[in-house]
Structure formats: structure tokens, C-alpha cells
Design a protein around this ligand. Structure first.
Ligand code: PLP
Length: 398
């Protein structure tokens, strides 16, 4: 069947909450994907960084198959023999005492917000229902009613009210603005180390360190959403390591599932995680043995293939190559590791038009916020493949 047949089916039977590029994928291997017509593309989105290890990584697929044939779901009513070892691995890797397993990134953010509020009431001593959490303008943390309540994107909120209260929004990258709104009822601040969906926005040097200091001085929790930037993408295993700004709550998802299944976690020390008692919070699929087995292998692949280190070296190389393309359409190129945004000047049209042209050239890219093309391939990409990509990008930009 042709691309159009599948597109038509989604158009007719699916909710229209996305507007995909007109390509129908049927197979993937490493950085490459193939459409139903057999055309091959370099995947420059990598599932919004859920596929950092590359498509169908043989080791992760093997781990998934083995677990698939043994045990997949127990619920948390019983113990299983995959969750404990997974939690141990993650705790030892990150240095946090404990792990709260969930499924999607959004759920992990919601869980972190619940943890922060409960810590605020039970440990910090904020009055009942008075906890305040500070977030940043232009954020992306998910799509639940709780999370869109502090979105500044009008489309994310329009028609979905009433919103949840208890959040305050300050400009991103401005620690002083953050400091000014902190008061005795503030229990936490929630930020992304780099805003991905917001257009690959990199905060000023020292920002995360300043937030860490604010949290310490004011006895509040620093929550970092590293769902997209964590697990190697920015050239370190965790983005906060660039500034040594260890958060009190670290949220991971996406690449934790190795591109195979959803799994997310909140990491925290016992002082914070300890506020949760049996029955306070839960998830049927959270901590299921299938996802835990996949995640263990996904982490091992990141570590053993040294993907964060690769992202640092190849990201710098990619960025240098992009900067050599002297196109009048380019306003700015910014990035860290293999998360790179190329902002197009508004008079040169929407970034989506460029994504469509790149698709013709065999590169699958996604625009963010109308003006920026994001280049974020699987971290297993090789230098020669970046060279090839650069040639295609140059042809489209010029
Ligand atoms: C993708 C993303 C989320 C939401 O994760 P889902 O798995 O789609 O629920 C939250 N925060 C950030 C920074 C993300 O990139």
C-alpha cells in the first residue's frame, strides 16, 4: 500500500491532534528509517530523544524479547524480579537513594509535582493547600490538566479549563526573577535544563547552579525535567552535570525505554521520596518487569557505547558544520551535544517548509515553534553520516 493509503486511514479514523510530515514509516535500524515505499531517511528527531540508542538496537531488542517470553506485567500488588535490580542500577548510576517508576514523561512530572507538594506540607510545614511551585515561561512538561495549568502556550490551554492553581510562572533563564517570587509557601521550582519543545533554548551559563543555590537558601526543592535532555543527549549523561547542579528531584523518561516502551522515573533522596506511603500514589504499568528489563539494557547501552561522550564530540562537529553553511535564511544556530536548533528568519518562511524540503533529501526533521528546525539524531550516528546530513542541509538552506 502507498504512503497515502495509510495517511488517509489516520485522517479518517484517528483524532487529528497531530499534523505529521507526509511520510509513513515501516522499519528502523540505528539512525535510519524506511517508509512503506522503501525510501530511506536519516531520523533527525529520534522520537524526541526517545530513540537515543538508535532504532531497534539489537541488544535492547534481545533483552525485550527475552523478557517478553518470561513475564511482562504483575502490577505492584506483587513484587517482580526486574524492578528491584532496575531501581538499584539507576540509584547507583545517579547517586539518588530511591526511584519512583511510572510510564510516560508526563506522569513522572505529575508525580514529581505531587511529591513536592507533599514534601512541602509534611516536611517543610507549609499550610494545607498553600504549596506553591514556580515554573518557567515557554516550558514543555506534558499535557495533563495539571501540567498545562502552567503552560504559557495558549493552544495547549485553550478550551481545557478550569486550570489547576498553585503555580507561578517566571521568565526562563532568569534566576533573579525566580528569586523575587519565592516566598515561605514555595515548595519547589520546576525547570528544563534546556527547553527542547520551546525551540532549543539554552539558558545563560550558571543558571542551573544559581537555581540550585536558591533552592538551598530557601529550603525548597529543585526539580529538573530531563525527560528530553537527559540520558546522553547534551553530551553528558545528565544535563545538570554541565553545571554540577544536582536537583532534588530528577525526572527521566523517553530514552530510558530504549525506543521500545514507555518507562519514566522520578529520582530523589529518602528525605523527599519518604513522604510517599503505601497507597499514596500508584500506576498499574509503572515498574512492570518488561519495561524494567528494557530500561536496564537501554542504560547499559548508553554507558557501554559511551553515547554521552559521542554526543559531545559529534555534536560539536555537527554544530561547526552547520555554522559553516552561510545561508541568508539562518537567524541563529544553538545547541548542546546532539541537540541542535537552527532558527530560520521569519521572512524566509516557516521552519516546516524547510522540514518538508529536507524530507525530499532524505532527512526527517521536526520544526519547533514555527521558526526552529531541530537536529537531534540518535546518538549512535557516525561522523560520515553527519557529513552526509550536512550536505543535504546545505542544499536545502541555500
Ligand atoms: C516529552 C517531554 C515530556 C512528556 O513526556 P511524554 O512521555 O510525552 O508524556 C515532558 N517534559 C519534557 C521536557 C519532554 O520533552
Amino acid at each position: 500500500m502507498s504512503n497515502q493509503t495509510f495517511i488517509d486511514k489516520e485522517q479518517q479514523y484517528g483524532a487529528h491532534n497531530y499534523k505529521p510530515l507526509p511520510v509513513v514509516l515501516t522499519r528502523g535500524e540505528g539512525i535510519w528509517v524506511w517508509d512503506v515505499g522503501g525510501k530511506k531517511y536519516l531520523d533527525m528527531l529520534a522520537g524526541y530523544s526517545a530513540v537515543n540508542q538508535g532504532h531497534c538496537h539489537p541488544r535492547i531488542v534481545a533483552a525485550a524479547k527475552a523478557q517478553l517470553e518470561r513475564l511482562t506485567l504483575t502490577s505492584r500488588a506483587f513484587y517482580n524480579d526486574q524492578l528491584g535490580p532496575f531501581e538499584e542500577k539507576l540509584a547507583l548510576l545517579t547517586g539518588y537513594d530511591q526511584v519512583l517508576p511510572m510510564n510516560t514523561g508526563t506522569e513522572a512530572v505529575e508525580s514529581a509535582l505531587k511529591l513536592a507538594r507533599k514534601w512541602g506540607e509534611k516536611v517543610k510545614g507549609i499550610a494545607k493547600d498553600k504549596c506553591k511551585i514556580i515554573t518557567c515561561a515557554n516550558n514543555f512538561h506534558g499535557r495533563t490538566i495539571g501540567i498545562i495549568s502552567f503552560s504559557t502556550d495558549e493552544q495547549y490551554r485553550d478550551g481545557f479549563g478550569p486550570m489547576v492553581t498553585g503555580f507561578q510562572i517566571v521568565p526562563y533563564g532568569d534566576a533573579l526573577a525566580m528569586a523575587q517570587v519565592i516566598d515561605a509557601d514555595t515548595c519547589a521550582i520546576l525547570v528544563e535544563p534546556i527547553q527542547g519543545e520551546g525551540g532549543v533554548i539554552i539558558p545563560p551559563e550558571g543558571y542551573l547552579r544559581q537555581l540550585r543555590q536558591l533552592a538551598d537558601e530557601n529550603n525548597l526543592l529543585l526539580i529538573l525535567d530531563e525527560i528530553q535532555m537527559g540520558l546522553g543527549r547534551t553530551g553528558k549523561m545528565f544535563a545538570y552535570q554541565h553545571e554540577d547542579a544536582r536537583p532534588d528531584l530528577l525526572i527521566l523518561a523517553k530514552a530510558l525505554g530504549g525506543g521500545i516502551c514507555p518507562i519514566s522515573v522520578v529520582l530523589a533522596d529518602e528525605e523527599v521520596m519518604g513522604v510517599l506511603k503505601p497507597g499514596d500514589h500508584g500506576s498499574t504499568f509503572g515498574g512492570n518487569p518488561f519495561a524494567c528489563a528494557v530500561a536496564c539494557e537501554a542504560l547499559d547501552v548508553l554507558i557501554e557505547e559511551e553515547l554521552p561522550e559521542k554526543a559531545a564530540v559529534l555534536g560539536a562537529y555537527f554544530m561547526e558544520g552547520l555554522k559553516k553553511i552561510k545561508s541568508p535564511a539562518v537567524k541563529e544556530i544553538r545547541g548542546k551535544g546532539l541537540m541542535i536548533g537552527v532558527e530560520i528568519k521569519p521572512e524566509f518562511g516557516d521552519a516546516r517548509i524547510y522540514c518538508e524540503r529536507l524530507q525530499e533529501k532524505g532527512l526527517l526533521c521536526k520544526d519547533t515553534h514555527y521558526t526552529t528546525i531541530r537536529f537531534a539524531p540518535p546518538l549512535v550516528i557516525a561522523k560520515e553520516e553527519i557529513d552526509w546530513a550536512l550536505a543535504q542541509i546545505q542544499a536545502v538552506l541555500n
